[in-house]
Design a protein around this ligand. Structure first.
Ligand SMILES: Nc1ncnc2c1ncn2[C@@H]1O[C@H](COP(=O)(O)OP(=O)(O)OP(=O)(O)O)[C@@H](O)[C@H]1O
Ligand SMILES: O=C(O)C1=C[C@@H](O)[C@@H](O)[C@H](O)C1
Ligand SMILES: [Mg+2]
Length: 156
């Protein structure tokens, strides 16, 4: 969270003239409720089920840039769906992530101590992100435009 997936996907879509999708947005549109409400009303496990379906649908229907939710690749089913496509891991360190997530509002997994929650998630997830990624781009201290430019070079 706060790595810039949504922001950078949108910049890449503009640069390449291709459609952009974001599975978090797809889930909110299909459900007619926010991610926060889904977590509170139905729980994280239910959100993860919706997320697998959303990624499967996007991978089938969509050609262009796809931004995932921050926890999507923690599910093996989702990782398998990404086997045949380039996957960019936007790496962010604790301090830049904390600055970017605006107290964690709208990000239910960050409720409580935002810094501690991000640290725990980064520790748990970084090896998985690295294993799924075909490309890794550092985002600390760099603007979204700089990050998007590096990805354009990598995927040229
Ligand atoms: N490289 C960057 N430098 C500074 N701010 C950034 C950068 N990338 C994104 N941001 C800002 O950080 C915030 C979070 O970005 P964004 O929503 O794109 O992250 P995300 O990875 O999609 O998060 P989530 O996993 O919650 O969907 C936004 O306000 C965005 O403008
Ligand atoms: O990192 C996560 O687990 C999440 C990230 C967001 O993109 C949303 O998918 C949701 O807030 C959960
Ligand atoms: Mg996002």
């Amino acid at each position: 969270m706060g790595a810039g997936k949504t922001t950078v996907a949108s910049l890449l879509g503009e640069a390449w003239g291709v459609p952009v999708r974001d599975t978090d947005h797809d889930i909110e549109a299909t459900e007619g409720r926010t991610i926060s409400d889904i977590f509170v009303e139905s729980g994280e496990d239910h959100f993860r089920e919706l997320e697998v379906t959303a990624v499967a649908r996007a991978v089938t229907e969509h050609t262009g840039v796809l931004a995932l939710g921050g926890g999507a690749v923690m599910r093996a089913e989702t990782r398998e769906l990404l086997d045949d496509v380039p996957v960019v891991f936007l790496r962010v360190g604790l301090s830049d992530a904390v600055k970017r997530v605006d107290l964690g509002i709208g990000r239910p997994l960050l409720l409580g101590n935002v810094r501690a929650r991000i640290k725990a998630l980064l520790d748990e997830r970084t090896p998985v992100y690295e294993s799924v990624a075909t490309h890794v781009v550092d985002t600390d201290g760099r603007s979204p435009d700089e990050v998007a430019a590096e990805i354009q070079e990598l995927l040229r």
